[in-house]
Design a protein around this ligand. Structure first.
Ligand SMILES: [Zn+2]
Ligand SMILES: [Zn+2]
Length: 333
């Protein structure tokens, strides 16, 4: 199967200056956005992300590793990677909310968005705004996380350092006016409500784990041990793995892999990242056909998140599913 670059089927842009062919339109280096200068650490984000990583490391570093391990905790981490990561982030935050690659009943959309929140990747509206901005300016100024501004910046630097664009209400609203019209998403923005949902679900892991532990051992020590195991494996380990998967799509798939399409950016397809992110690693395909809910374009480019959307379509839960090359209407992202 040839992987020679072919013309993008529905290259879209809100900025005509950026629709130049990849060979002539991809700048060699892009600085971090002007609105992120001078670099100012977002202390709350840095603290939370640092603590979550520290907690995830405790499950592999003795002496706590042995105490925190349980087979059920490990299973919860793996299942959570699919349940929250694939469905919450890839299917909902990305393909449904950002690109409107399909439609589904509002009750289901909101439920899926709650799964997305449980990944500690910010509120739905904020995630969507930043990602739409990425598509509109990918690998050009002011792309919020292009690796052309440095690999570290594109992977996690852009999360840790303040970008005033993301804090300016007018700017933020320009990208997610559609979402903020829905009171559900608007309310999540206020008073860190979305973070409250994340914290509640984490606490629930501890409480249910403790109850199961007490039921199995009949001791308080057994209850605490299993509760903590579920808490650390089911929440922190899973969150860190999903975070790095999402970040790798922003960083690695704009650096390594092959290109099916000559897009205006440096997006690439990489099989390993596609496996680790349930299909998001076919990122060059995605930039070529942003609205398409299906990211694998060649027969061997397996896209698990697409399988989920296809199943939803078969049972009638997903409609108006956008396929590659069949963009329903023009869009900026
Ligand atoms: Zn990209
Ligand atoms: Zn996208």
């Amino acid at each position: 199967m040839s992987t020679e670059a072919i013309e993008a089927p529905d290259q879209e842009s809100g900025d005509s200056s950026q629709t130049t062919p990849a060979s002539s339109g991809r700048p060699p280096r892009v600085d971090i956005p002007e609105t992120a200068k001078p670099p100012e650490l977002q202390v709350t984000y840095a603290l939370v992300i640092g603590l979550v990583h520290l907690a995830a490391l405790m499950v592999v570093i003795p002496p706590m590793a042995g105490y925190l391990f349980s087979w059920s905790g490990l299973v919860l981490a793996v299942l959570g990677h699919f349940f929250y990561g694939m469905i919450g982030i890839n299917v909902c935050y990305h393909r449904l909310l950002t690109h409107r690659g399909f439609k589904c009943p509002l009750w289901l959309e909101h439920s899926l968005a709650v799964l997305g929140i449980c990944n500690l990747q910010d509120s739905p509206a904020r995630w969507v705004a930043i990602h739409r901005m990425h598509h509109q300016h990918s690998d050009h100024q002011p792309d919020p996380h292009t690796p052309k501004a440095g690999f570290w910046w594109s992977h996690v630097g852009w999360v840790l350092y303040r970008n005033r664009d993301h804090d300016t209400t007018s700017h933020f609203e320009r990208y997610v006016r559609d979402l903020l019209r829905d009171p559900f998403y608007l309310k999540l923005e206020a008073r860190w409500r979305w973070f409250g949902i994340f914290a509640s679900h984490a606490l629930l892991y501890y409480l249910i784990g403790s109850a199961v532990g007490y039921y199995m051992t009949g001791t308080l020590a057994g209850a605490v041990q299993l509760g903590l195991s579920w808490f650390f494996w089911g929440v922190f380990v899973r969150v860190v793995v999903v975070l790095h998967g999402t970040w790798a799509v922003n960083s690695l798939t704009h650096v390594i892999g092959y290109r099916n399409y000559e897009t205006r950016d440096d997006s690439r397809n990489h099989w390993l990242i596609a496996i680790l992110t349930h299909g998001e690693g076919w990122h060059n395909n995605h930039h070529a056909s942003p609205r398409a809910a299906m990211h694998g374009h060649r027969w061997w480019e397996y896209d698990m998140a697409w399988s989920v959307i296809r199943m939803m379509e078969i049972v009638g839960l997903a409609t108006d599913v956008v396929r590659p090359g069949k963009t329903a209407e023009p869009a900026d992202w």
